[in-house]
Ligand binder design. Structure first.
Ligand SMILES: O=C(O)CCC(=O)C(=O)O
Ligand SMILES: [Fe+2]
Length: 274
């Protein structure tokens, strides 16, 4: 299957097909963690009918709330993701208290089928030299499998990056050498909802802005290196430490399922959470 690209970056992507791997394997994961490739993009990772059904449940979910920062508050998410614990001890305790129940609740949305995030967890465990496991912070299990709901025309993720060390001082978060994020797309309208990738980390000044408002003004950033229009059912894994953004989806909801993945080198297990 060919890559599905659109927008201003399409030529760049076509010219740089070697920047993408099409399968999640030991080799593609190691190359991604070493930043030799920009992303692992697996078209049709998950059955589209199963994806569509789960997307509908996410849009109607009773635990659908919004991200908390100024420029991400347009995006909905099901269950509390770690970023929204915002260094608050009560929210952090609540996050861990409900983590396992939330994992099981999201899993049940896909029953009787395997949830795509569980499928990713198994592949990481099988492929990575030292295996993979659920992240624990101060010994307490994290949630994984956040469903993100981008509302038609209004939701956007401005250029930003994600780093666990900026969200917690728990000892388990020290020594991370790379942070990846796996997104499984459950529903994507035909137009918009593009994933933009830059192959660089933000500058110090940009990082300060991102920490304050979780996004840069696109006019202040050069064009992205890659623009991908995901199809429902696709899996895309990329470095969350590098700049990335999501453009508004036109005329319909864009629903994804996300897991961050901390890497401390091939001799340590990968650890995932949302
Ligand atoms: O929904 C996407 O395509 C990526 C969103 C994002 O910012 C992330 O997964 O860290
Ligand atoms: Fe992100």
């Amino acid at each position: 299957m060919t890559s599905t690209v659109s927008g201003p970056g399409a030529d760049v992507v076509a010219a740089a097909a070697g920047d993408f791997a099409r399968e999640l394997t030991r080799d593609s994961l190691l190359r991604l963690a070493r930043r030799e490739i920009a992303a692992v993009h697996v078209p049709g990772f998950c059955d589209r009918r199963i994806a569509a059904e789960a997307a509908g449940k996410a849009v109607r979910h009773k635990a659908l709330g919004n991200y908390h920062k100024k420029y991400t508050s347009t995006v909905g998410r099901v269950h509390l993701p770690h970023i929204d614990t915002a260094w608050n001890p009560e929210l952090t305790a609540e996050y861990h208290d409900v983590a396992l129940a939330s994992i099981q609740e999201v899993r049940a949305l896909f029953a009787p089928y395997l949830s795509p995030v569980d499928h990713v967890r198994l592949l990481l465990q099988e492929c990575w030299p030292a295996g993979a496991e659920l992240l624990r912070l101060r010994g307490r299990p994290c949630f994984v499998g956040a469903l993100r709901v981008f509302r038609p025309d209004t939701s956007v993720f401005l250029p930003h990056n994600d780093r666990i060390e900026q969200e917690t001082d728990a000892p388990e978060a020290a020594g991370v050498t790379e942070q990846l994020v796996a997104n499984i797309y459950l529903q994507v309208p035909e137009e918009g909802g593009d994933l933009q990738l830059w192959r660089r980390e933000p500058t110090h000044a940009e990082s300060r802005t991102i920490l304050e408002v979780e996004g840069l003004d696109p006019a202040t950033v050069e064009p992205p290196d890659h623009v991908i229009h995901p199809q429902a059912g696709d899996l895309i894994v990329f470095s969350s430490r590098m700049l990335h953004a999501v453009t508004p989806a036109r005329g319909g909801h864009r629903v994804g399922m996300a897991a961050f993945i901390a890497c401390k080198g091939p001799d340590e297990p990968l650890r995932y959470w949302s």
